[in-house]
Design a protein around this ligand. Sequence first.
Ligand SMILES: Nc1ncnc2c1ncn2[C@@H]1O[C@H](COP(=O)(O)OP(=O)(O)OP(=O)(O)O)[C@@H](O)[C@H]1O
Length: 262
Amino acid sequence: MSSLELRGITVRYGRFTAVDNVDLLVPEGTVTGLVGGSGSGKSTLGKAVVGLAPMQSGRVLVAGSDAGRRRGRSPVQLVFQNPYASLDPRMTIGASVAEALPREAASCETPARKAPARERRSACDAEVARYLELVGIDPARAVLAPDALSGGQRQRVALARALAARPAVLIADEITSALDVSVQGAVLNLLRRLQRELGFAMLFISHNLAVVRYLSDQVAVMDGGHLVECGPTERVLERPEHPTTRNLISCVPTLALAEEAS
Ligand SMILES: Nc1ncnc2c1ncn2[C@@H]1O[C@H](COP(=O)(O)OP(=O)(O)OP(=O)(O)O)[C@@H](O)[C@H]1O
C-alpha cells in the first residue's frame, strides 16, 4: 500500500495559473474526495499527477519517492469521465486490459525463465478474465470491441484496465458523471468495494458531495487553483471552515429544490 503526496504543485497554461502551489497528502489505503466549483482546477491537478498537464513546479511522491523517476509502469492510474474516449475503439476490450498488465503478470515469466508463447498467452487470458470478473463483466465478452458495450460497461472496463496495471494510486475524475443515473450507483459501489479490497490510495474528483461523502475519508476543496480546505469528511461537510466549502454545501439543497420544482 502507498500514499500519494503532492508538494507545491503549480500548473500554468500560458500565463494562466490553473493550479497554484497545491500541497495534498492522500494517506495509504484511503480516499480523498476533491471538490470545487467548475474551473477550480480539480481535473488539472489530477492530470498533473500523471504527467498529462504542464507542471511548472512541484513534486508527486508515491510511497515517499518521486513518481516520475520510477522505472517501468506508472504507479498512478487515471480513469476519466468519458468511457467512450478512454478505450481504443480498434482494440477488443480484452486486448485493452491485457495491454495494461505488468509484463510478469501477462506472461508468467520470471527474470530466470522465459515462458513458451502458448503458456504466455493463456496466462495473459487468465489475468484479463480475472480483471473483467472483478468489475462484473463476463470474461466471454473480452473479444468484443468497446462499441458493443453500454457506457456503464465501458466504464467498468476502463476501471479493469486501470486496475490491471496494479496501481498504488488511482485517480478517478468524475467517473460516473457521463453515466446514466441508473448505473452510477453500481459503478460507485464497485469502486468502493475494489478500493477496500485492493487497498490503493484514491483521489476521487467529483461535483457530487453526496457521492464524495459516501466514498471519502477526507475531503479537499479547491477554488481558483488553490486548495482552500482539507480535512476529515465528516468535519469538512458538517463544519466547513472556508466560505468556498460553505458555498458548495449550500448549493446542494438549492439544487435539490430546483429539481423538485421543475
Ligand atoms: N488545456 C488547457 N488549456 C488552457 N486552459 C485550460 C486547459 N485545461 C484547463 N484549462 C483551464 O484551467 C482551469 C481549470 O480547469 P479544470 O478542468 O482543471 O477545472 P475543474 O475544476 O476540473 O472544472 P470542471 O469541474 O468544470 O471539470 C479552467 O479555467 C480551464 O478553462
